[in-house]
Design a protein around this ligand. Sequence first.
Ligand code: PMP
Length: 442
Amino acid sequence: MVEGSSSIPNDLNAFWMPFTANRQFKKNPRMFVGAKDMHYTTSDGRQVLDGTAGLWCVNAGHCRPLITEAIAKQAGELDYAPAFQMGHPKVFELANRLVDLAPEGLDHVMFTNSGSESVETALKVALAYQKAIGQGSRTRLIGRERGYHGVNFGGISVGGIVANRKMFGTLLTGVDHMPHTHNLAKNAFSRGEPQHGVELADELERIVTLHDASTIAAVIVEPVAGSTGVLIPPPGYLKRLREICDKHGILLIFDEVITGFGRLGTPFGADYFGVTPDIMITAKGLTNGVIPMGAVFTSGKIHDAFMSGPEHLIEFFHGYTYSGNPIAAAAGLATLETYKEEGLLTRGAEMGRYWEDALHSLKGTRHVIDVRNIGLVGAIELEPIAGAPTKRAFAAFVKAYEMGVLIRTTGDIIALSPPLIVEKEHIDTIVETLADILKSLE
Ligand code: PMP
C-alpha cells in the first residue's frame, strides 16, 4: 500500500513495470497525471520539464491539438479495419506522405506497432529478400556491441546490450557484432561527430572475410546509438559501412527509431549522414509517441523482388492485427502535419548550437567525464561509483524529477532528448538543474 495523493492507486503490486526497479519504484512512486507541450504534471501537482520527449518519442511536445483531435475524430469514424486483405484510405495516405519524406530510394512502407516489431519486420524482410533473389545461403546477421534494437528475439540477438540478452538463453544463431565506436580516451567532449574511430567500420570487412559474404544477409546499426548513451559515429563511418555492404551484396539496415523524425535536425539520420540504407526502421516520433506505431521503409529493389509471382498469392507472410490501424494512421498523418507546419524536422539544426554550448558548459562539473551532442540529443557521462555502477546517475535522475526536470539514465550516462519545440529557456533550466544536482551529488 502506498500512502499519499489520492490520484495514486492504493495497490501498485499487480502491474509488473517494464525496465523498472519495481520494488524500489513502488516504495516511492513517480507518477504523471497530465502533460502539455514541454511539461508533465505529477500526481502531487508539480510541473516537470520533459527533457527526454517521453522515451525519445514526443517530438512535437505533449497533447498537441491537431494530433489529439485527429485521433478522436478517427475513433468515431472508423475505429478498426482488418489489416489483411482490406484497406482504408488513411494508411495509404500516410505511406505516401512517409515515402515523400524519406531519403530518395526508400519507396515502400510496412506498418508495425513499435520499434521492436519494426526491427523484427526488417530482419525478416532482409532474410526473405535474399532468398527471393536466389541468395538463400545468406542467413547471417551482423549488429554491433551496445546496439539497441528493441526487446524481441531478433532484436536482442543483433543487439549488443549484455543485460538484455543474458537472461534468455540461446538467441538467434549466426549473428556477429561489430565494435561500437564510443571511445572516451580519444573522443571525450566531442561536439557533434567525434574525430576518431572511422577505421572501426573495417571490422565489418573482417567479419565478412571470416564467414564469406555469401553467408551474410544484412548489417543493422543505429546511425546514432541512443539507448546505450548517445554514441555518435565519426565522419565517414556509416559511408564506409555502406561501401562494404554494397561490395558484398549485403543489405544495410538503419534502425532510426530514435534518429527518425527530426532528432538530429534532419528528417532522418540517413539525411544527416548522407547515407541511404536499404531498409529503414522507425517508430516513436512517427505518431509523436501518442499511439503505438512503427514503419519499416524498404527500397524499390527489395519490394519488387516479391512482386513477380501469381497476382492472387500473398507476397510476404508477415503482418500484425494492428498494422496500419486507422487511429494510428490518423495520428501519424496529424503528427507529420504538425512537424511540417512548425518546421520541427529541421528545428534541431537551428537549436543545435545553443543546445551544444549549453550541454558543454557542464564540462568541468563534478563527476562529469564526457559530454556529447548531435542535433537535439545529448549525453553527460558520469564517473561511476566504484562497485556501484548506475547508482550515481540514477540518484541524479530521482533528484532531477524532484526538482522538476525529467532526464533519462542508462548506466552512468544521462541522456537528454527534449521535444523539438524546446526553447532556450528550457535548455537553460535543464542544464542549470543538472549542474546543481551534480555539484551536490556524492
Ligand atoms: N530500436 C531503437 C534504436 C530504439 O531506440 C528502440 C526503443 N528505444 C527500439 C528499437 C524499440 O522500440 P520499442 O520500445 O517501441 O519496441
